[in-house]
Design a protein around this ligand. Structure first.
Ligand code: ZN
Length: 259
């Protein structure tokens, strides 16, 4: 099995913001591992999300606030476009992982924080919903931090699109994995599995909880249950993860279970 990696060289640009997600060298370890396994990883290049794509998730004022900052807008639209491509790739039958930044799960319709600007996950799923490809989605958000933007935009919608979101809360690694599996066992009909894949819960990162093999298990659970429920349609997009020395190994570990 192989996996499609969505990546654009412009994501290396670290000048769009001064925060840990934007920091120089953060993506290098991930890409080094990806480039070392060309039979397993196939890298494809996204195009920016359109204004119409972004406005499905955001209010006009928030959009224009980002648009006024040209480099931030360029990279924010390109990150959202990477998520869109990951979702479309998954919809078409290939598991995918988008190595993108800035991240997005703390971006709500009219505001954002936590190194996020546009909500990449919401933009990607709302596009598939608008195109009548999906009606129900599941998001596993295993970042250290609760994805309040995903929740604010995607839960309890009044347009018919149904999204269920799990932000696991267990503070012991075995229970954490069990909590994820228990939740997935209860899912009966969704059209796509998505992961807000932050690696700041890693044992050598801020959260100090999950080992590389735990990320493999999270990926494997996404694969197993998506195959049972929605023909294996699954994608993941990068959120947090700040220890440059281990983020590559953690992403690779996840993908080994996910593919
Ligand atoms: Zn985080």
């Amino acid at each position: 099995m192989s996996i499609k990696i969505i990546f654009h060289e412009r994501y290396y640009n670290s000048r769009y913001a001064a925060d840990p997600a934007a920091s120089e060298g953060r993506l290098d370890g991930i890409l080094d591992l990806i480039n070392s396994k060309p039979k397993f990883y196939e890298v494809i290049e996204p195009v920016p999300a359109t204004k119409a794509d972004i406005l499905r998730a955001h209010g006009r004022n928030h959009y224009e606030k980002i648009e006024r900052q040209s480099l931030l807008y360029e990279l924010g639209a390109l990150a959202a476009g990477g998520a869109v491509m990951a979702a479309e790739t998954a919809y078409n039958g290939n598991p995918s992982f988008a190595v993108i930044r800035p991240p997005g799960h703390h971006a709500s319709a009219d505001s954002s924080w936590g190194f996020c600007h546009f909500n990449n996950m919401a933009i990607s799923l709302l596009k598939l919903y608008a195109e009548k490809k999906i009606k129900k989605a599941f998001i596993l958000d295993f970042d250290l931090h609760t994805g309040d933007g995903n929740i604010n935009i995607l839960e309890n919608r009044n347009d018919g699109f149904m999204v269920s979101i799990l932000n696991p809360e267990s503070t012991e690694r075995g229970r954490y994995i069990q909590e994820v599996e228990d939740y997935m066992k209860e899912i009966t009909d969704v059209d796509i599995f998505a992961a807000s894949a932050g690696f700041d819960q890693g044992v050598e990162d801020w959260g100090n909880l999950l080992f590389p093999e735990d990320y493999t298990e999270l990926g494997r659970l996404m694969k197993e249950y998506s195959k049972k429920i929605c023909n294996g349609r699954r994608f993941a997009i990068l959120e947090g993860g700040y220890n440059h020395k281990v983020i590559g190994t953690n992403v690779d570990s996840f993908c080994c279970g996910f593919a």
